[in-house]
Design a protein around this ligand. Structure first.
Ligand code: DAH
Length: 348
């Protein structure tokens, strides 16, 4: 009877051990069967009931059963461990997985490039508010109140922001607002490069409601148009390539006199409008591509900035960062620059 019980326990334990999937279960089986108050020891308590002959026999059986269970437990433990090792093993000589590296956005790269180009000829980068007063964006730049020229700037005004001295609050629609800020902050000689976000109520393939401009301002004694033209030529050669040149055409801005529209010679026909085979250039049709505005700082603007126009003169220019980079890389739609699509951005 007791022998059967011992054998049953053995079979039970063996069955459970063979099923066990991890070390924890094996340990649990060990305490349940072999522990001090485990199933086998419970049976051992019965031994004194038997005759000395039977005692010896039962004792032997119990010892063998314990040994069998013990060795099966340790065998299984080793097997489980080596299986785990195999699963965890990896080939250290395999090349590692590449972690994708981020990079600067094309607009940031271009801003850095423009800053470097101008830094080489002494322009200092300036930073002025994006939420600005009417005075700096318009009035002080020689746009009288309600002047129709303001309409072209499609401005976002800020509700409930008004200053008696400076007028309405607005999102600056151009970096020219930095001109007056710079004149207030420093004395001539001034060589400022203001690159900032600008905002206008416009959206199509060449306009975005938020965009970047870079504005140059030079004020010193004896500054004239040749300095402006030389600076533009220098920038175009550095940014677009050594063969490119600047052209200035008469235009009108409130804050410059005279004012110009600036063009850069076309990359394909270099300003001739004709290809080598005599055909009309397909890129530009007439040799030049429009970049943006420039001019000699209006005496009223110098005065508003606290500078005597009898003593000092200056030139300024202000262009779109996206516009020049789109021309450089042949990008046709400004929205691509703000969509954050990596398939596009990774090309640059
Ligand atoms: N601020 C003008 C615009 O946004 C561009 C401009 C024209 C800037 C002439 C200048 C300048 O500095 O002299 O359209």
């Amino acid at each position: 009877m007791i022998k059967n019980q011992v054998n049953n326990l053995k079979n039970e334990a063996v069955g459970e051990i063979l099923e066990a999937k991890d070390e924890k279960t094996l340990e649990e089986i060990r305490t349940r069967f072999l522990g001090r108050s485990g199933k086998i020891n419970e049976l051992t308590k019965e031994i004194p009931k038997f005759s000395s002959e039977e005692k010896e026999e039962i004792g032997k059986l119990i010892n063998e059963t314990k040994k069998t269970i013990e060795s099966l437990l340790s065998e299984t433990k080793t097997k489980l461990n080596s299986k785990k090792e195999k699963e965890e093993w990896f080939d250290v000589t395999l090349p590692g997985e590449k972690v994708p590296l981020g990079s600067l956005h094309l607009i940031t790269k271009t801003i850095n490039e423009i800053s470097d180009i101008f830094a080489r000829i002494g322009f200092k980068r300036a930073r002025y508010p994006e939420v600005e007063w009417d005075w700096y964006a318009f009035e002080g730049l020689n746009f009288p109140e309600n002047h129709p020229a303001r309409d072209e700037w499609e401005t976002f005004f800020v509700d409930n922001l008004y200053s008696k001295k400076y007028g309405r609050g607005l999102l600056t629609p151009h970096t020219s607002s930095g001109q007056l800020r710079e004149m207030e902050a420093t004395k001539p000689p001034i060589r400022m490069l203001n690159i900032a976000k600008c905002y206008r109520r416009q959206s199509d393939i060449s306009h975005s409601p938020m965009f970047y401009q870079f504005e140059g301002l030079v004020v010193d004694k004896g500054i004239n148009i040749t300095h402006l033209k030389g600076t533009l030529d220098y920038f175009f050669k550095q940014f677009f390539g050594p063969k490119r040149e600047a052209r200035i055409r008469p235009f009108h801005f409130q804050f410059t006199e005279p004012s110009f529209e600036v063009d850069v010679s076309c990359s394909e026909c270099l300003g001739t409008g004709k290809l080598k085979n005599g055909e009309v250039c397909r890129v530009c049709k007439e040799g030049w591509l429009e970049i943006g505005g420039a001019g000699m700082v209006h005496p009223n603007v110098l005065k508003n900035g606290g500078i005597d126009p009898e003593e000092f003169t200056g030139f300024a220019f202000g262009w779109g960062v996206e516009r020049v980079l789109m021309m450089k890389y042949g990008i046709g739609d400004i929205r691509l620059l703000f969509e954050g699509d990596l398939r596009f951005l990774k090309q640059f």
